[in-house]
Write a protein that binds this ligand. Structure first.
Ligand code: GAR
Length: 202
């Protein structure tokens, strides 16, 4: 069966990458195949997770010059149809997005348009939600465009904030109740669309 080839970009522990790998192993990510993981620095958890799953993994250091060109080259080399930012904490330039020209999905740990955009990543997002005092937060999967966290929303799920939550407890609950479920679903839907387009062209 024709599949969309997927690259996953990660910056840290890689639990969202793991959710995608697990969905693939369970047969729930059936329209796409994760062919490449790009880690944005050496030694991060995402690398070990890719290796354990037998998926090719490359390191491109985000803070070094030439990062985007290196990623672009890898995406071309592996003939990637869709990139997934799964805990990728950088912001890709408009030129990068234009040059790739294919869907890029991102998971963000809040209900966009709250607590998003430049400077809102990882635990900072959850700390901002706690500081503001909102009672509900959640996660969003969206398409990446030239506005940070500003592309079309694909899926969202709400998560309650509980008295006594810290940024860490809230991050964990948002991951368990929302991120790890939403991301594989959204990736499967996007992959199925790519496969359909490919089939229409062939
Ligand atoms: C996740 O909560 C993800 O949503 C967030 O970083 C964490 C990475 O965890 N991403 C952002 O904040 C992007 N703006 P992971 O490495 O275990 O998937």
């Amino acid at each position: 069966m024709l599949k969309a080839s997927i690259a996953v970009l990660a910056s840290g522990g890689g639990t969202n990458l793991q959710a995608l790998l697990d969905a693939q192993a369970r047969g729930e990510l059936k329209s796409g195949e994760i062919r490449l993981v790009i880690a944005d620095r050496p030694g991060i958890g995402a690398i070990a997770r890719a290796q354990a799953a037998g998926v090719a993994c490359a390191v491109a250091v985000r803070r070094e010059a030439g990062f985007e060109a290196q990623v672009q080259e890898l995406l071309a080399q592996y003939r990637i149809d869709m990139a997934v930012l799964a805990g990728f904490l950088g912001i890709l330039s408009p030129a990068f997005i234009r040059t790739f020209g294919k869907p890029i999905l991102n998971i963000h740990p809040s209900l966009i348009p709250s607590f998003c955009g430049k400077g809102f990543y990882g635990l900072r997002v959850h700390q901002a939600a706690l500081d503001y005092g909102v009672k509900v937060t959640g996660a969003t999967v969206h398409l990446v465009n030239e506005v940070p966290d500003g592309g079309k929303i694909l899926l969202q799920r709400a998560v309650d904030i509980r008295p006594g939550d810290t940024a860490e407890t809230l991050q964990r609950r948002v991951m368990e109740e929302a991120e790890w479920k939403l991301l594989p679903q959204a990736v499967e839907t996007a992959a199925a669309e790519i496969v359909e387009e490919k089939e229409n062209l062939s």
